[in-house]
Ligand binder design. Sequence first.
Ligand code: ZN
Length: 287
Amino acid sequence: MRDLSAGPSLLSVNTATVRKQAGLLEIIEACARHGIAAISPWRDQVAAVGLERAARAIKDAGLKLSGYCRGGLFPATGEHVMAARDDNRRAVDEAAALGAPCLILVAGGLPQFARPGSTPSKDLLGARTMIEDGIAELLAHAREARLPLALEPLHPMYAADRAAVNTLAQALDMADRLDPGGRDLGVAVDVYHTWWDPDLYAGIARAGRDHRLLAYHVCDWLVPTKDMLNDRGMMGDGVVDLRRIRRAVEDAGYTGLIEAEIFSDHWWAQPIDHVLATCVERYRSVV
Ligand code: ZN
């Protein structure tokens, strides 16, 4: 298991963690100031400053990327199918232009939530078929761009509105069908979404064996969790056995960055330097 106590040389910060405090350029500066190794930026934050300017700022600050957020939201009907396809291709192109190691995919839930305006449906199985078809199509474009796709299973509480891919096993099964023996479609393991899963450790081992572990995201699960989306905990403040999960991820062969990704009304209300300093301190002490 890697020793993280010396400093944040493997720490990445997902830029949504401080999205309420600052724009992307300020976030880049602040992360560099705290010695943080990498970021994972969001498309809207990159768009706000422009792709080229964002790429240059990241490079000038000496930061790496742990991913690019995000593509996906595949289930759609009517004209929204084409719009989803075009949008996802642009996401791949942007990720490649930024030099990101992968594009994070959040699959999408029922079509009316994934792509508003689509015909409302309760057909979750149908949504999963749309997801698989969408990834299959995007994969061809991603291969041309030489940009791996990282499918991130989300906690089942999001099955309707955010992602109908809810376990690591489900994501890996999909990857096996769409990218057999390949390295173009992998998974992102996020402790917030997967910590509860009785098959988590088997899934991590399998993902490692198949070379599909592309990203590792940390935060914590608070009890009680007061908001499904925006009450993620800072590492160490909740009940996730972070050390045990990281050991499993690293035992499975993962040598990449560790990304702190905290959507939290509490942490969004704190000064950016306090949030980043706390991320570094917790990364060193509890991750
Ligand atoms: Zn994540």
